[in-house]
Design a protein. Structure first.
Length: 544
């Protein structure tokens, strides 16, 4: 009897940071297979999980361990995908009730997601052992923890030992574990004595002793028929270049599809873009067909499909075929060279945009056009997405948000994008914007920026986000930290701290209003309403 590990993964398309859930599954599988009890574990993947998939997965597999790889919400619950692939939060109460009803063989639940501790706590009344993350955790750290936890189980270690070894591996690899994984144990359960893999081995041995031996059937007398060749004879085939007759079609279709893609990226948006996509799709389809027939012709030169294809293409003469292969091959090399050079052209347009943006008299329109061309030529070029977002912040903030998200997706170390994106979320203040801002700022903290101005901005925005979410003590902590980094500047942090102190009924709001107003001149990162409210505060002796 195998111990079933149900691997649930969700990676919504509209979540800021994309997780490597496939990498996590691969490493867990490898670590389990290295264990002495590897044959007693069965790892079952369920990917792109939607809320409606949970019950079916538990009913179908009846797992011993449920592992969730994905995102957690700071306000509680885990984040799955809806029908369109976007986020959908499952509340901790609903998930806890589901596991209560369908507990069956389930003994361990691992919630490998940020802020999942509260969800894990909600399961302790039902599940023997639950692991959750108390704060944001780095994607790589989460993968390392999970892989080494299951490795230890596969070597017969107890749940407690497996958890401690996984945490120890995080320390060995230099990750900060102060706020990360926590093991929660149900009353009456003993993590130090529970060995999941050992239980599986005892059950399997008992079943092996009771199971009768299987008798294999001797199939040595099955007759083998002689293959019959149909169509052209071998002699005829030697005269026809069937094995390379389709290469010109393959080379030409690939070359045209690449050239069409290059033209589409240079020409821009609109109907021309759509027409180019249609043409490109058609030639990609032709390339796939040509590649399939070429493969068949090389493996089975006398296949009827190959014979008919050669006849219909009029490619009988070897010289004609060779000439066609050479010409289409040259076209393919040229098209591939230009296509592979698109990142070089993208860098050129990105640098041109910077020239327009930062010259003595900035031309933001031409800068934006250059950045747009750069991202069309190389959609994964993070610096161009960042620059495009920066010039769009004032006039097109929604597009700026989208571009910052792309910059972070393609380069998770591009720190300024995190801070600017969080600020735009806070300014918009709709739906999940405040939670999004807090999530992305938590990711920025992991990058540990050393610049004092950057640290100020980060702490100010963290204070702003927590103030918007009514986490006033945390907001005060971050804002005072920001103020300590700028003794004679930082009006924004003083303005926000005045609001926070007022909400907590603490003294000192008027002093912060004074600093807000007195430090405001010349500061760019400051909302006019904050200064106006601070001025009213000084006139009335309080703050709205």
């Amino acid at each position: 009897m195998d111990m079933k590990i149900l691997f649930l993964a969700a990676n919504p398309v509209d979540v800021i940071s994309r997780l490597r859930t496939d990498e996590e599954f691969r490493e867990i599988s490898q670590k389990i297979h290295s264990g002495s009890l590897a044959d007693q574990f069965e790892l079952i993947p369920e990917l792109a999980v939607r809320p409606g998939d949970l019950q079916a997965a538990l009913l179908r597999h009846q797992p011993d361990i449920v592992h969730f790889s994905g995102h957690g919400s700071p306000s509680g619950g885990i984040i799955l995908e809806n029908e369109t692939g976007k986020r959908q939060v499952v509340s901790r109460e609903a998930l806890a009730d589901l596991f209560r009803i369908l507990k069956d063989n389930l003994r361990v639940v691992v919630l490998n997601a940020c802020y999942a501790k509260d969800q894990a706590q909600a399961l302790t009344g039902t599940i023997d052992f639950t692991i959750g993350m108390s704060a944001a955790i780095d994607d790589r750290a989460a993968i390392v923890f999970a892989a080494h936890f299951y490795q230890s189980l596969a070597f017969g270690r107890s749940v407690k030992e497996a958890f401690e070894l996984a945490v120890n591996e995080l320390c060995i690899e230099g990750f900060d574990v102060a706020l990360a994984p926590e093991l929660l144990v149900r009353d009456g359960a003993n993590a130090a004595e529970s060995r999941i893999g050992e239980t599986a081995r005892r059950v399997a041995l008992a079943e092996d002793e009771a199971e009768p031996a299987l008798i294999s059937e001797d199939d040595s007398h099955h007759p083998l028929g002689r293959p019959v060749m149909r169509g052209a004879t071998i002699e005829e085939h030697k005269e026809k270049p069937g094995s390379i007759a389709f290469l010109p079609w393959l080379f030409a279709s690939i070359a045209i599809s690449l050239a069409t893609d290059v033209l589409r990226r240079f020409l821009g948006d609109g109907w021309s873009d759509m027409a180019a996509l249609i043409v490109q799709s058609a030639f990609v389809g032709l390339a796939i067909v040509a590649a399939a027939i070429t493969t068949i012709s090389m493996m089975h030169p006398t296949h009827p499909l190959v014979v008919r294809g050669v006849s219909s293409s009029h490619l009988y003469a070897p010289q004609k075929v060779e000439r066609a292969v050479i010409l289409t091959g040259i076209a393919l090399v040229l098209a591939l060279t230009v296509w592979l050079s698109l990142p070089v052209f993208a860098r050129y347009y990105n640098e041109s945009g910077a020239g327009f943006q930062y010259r003595e008299q900035p031309d933001l329109t031409r800068a934006r056009e250059s950045y747009q061309q750069a991202v069309r030529l190389n959609p994964s070029y993070a610096p161009a997405h960042y620059n495009l977002a920066f010039v769009q912040e004032d006039l097109q903030p929604e597009k700026a948000i989208a571009e910052y998200l792309l910059a972070i997706r393609y380069d998770s170390d591009i720190y300024p994008a995190y801070n600017n994106l969080a600020r735009l979320y806070l300014l918009r203040g709709q739906g999940n914007d405040y939670e999004n801002a807090l999530n992305i700022l938590s990711q920025a903290v992991v990058l540990s920026p050393q610049d004092e101005n950057v640290q100020y901005s980060l702490n100010k925005n963290l204070g702003w986000a927590n103030y918007a979410l009514k986490h006033y003590p945390l907001a005060e902590t971050y804002l005072r930290r920001a103020i300590s980094l700028r003794s004679q500047q930082g009006a924004a942090a003083h303005c926000l701290l005045a609001y926070v102190l007022k909400e907590q009924g603490k003294a000192g709001a008027v002093d912060e209003c004074y600093d807000c107003v007195s430090l405001a001149p010349g500061e760019k990162d400051l909302e006019a309403k904050w200064v106006s409210d601070a001025q009213d505060c000084l006139l009335k002796g309080g703050i709205r």
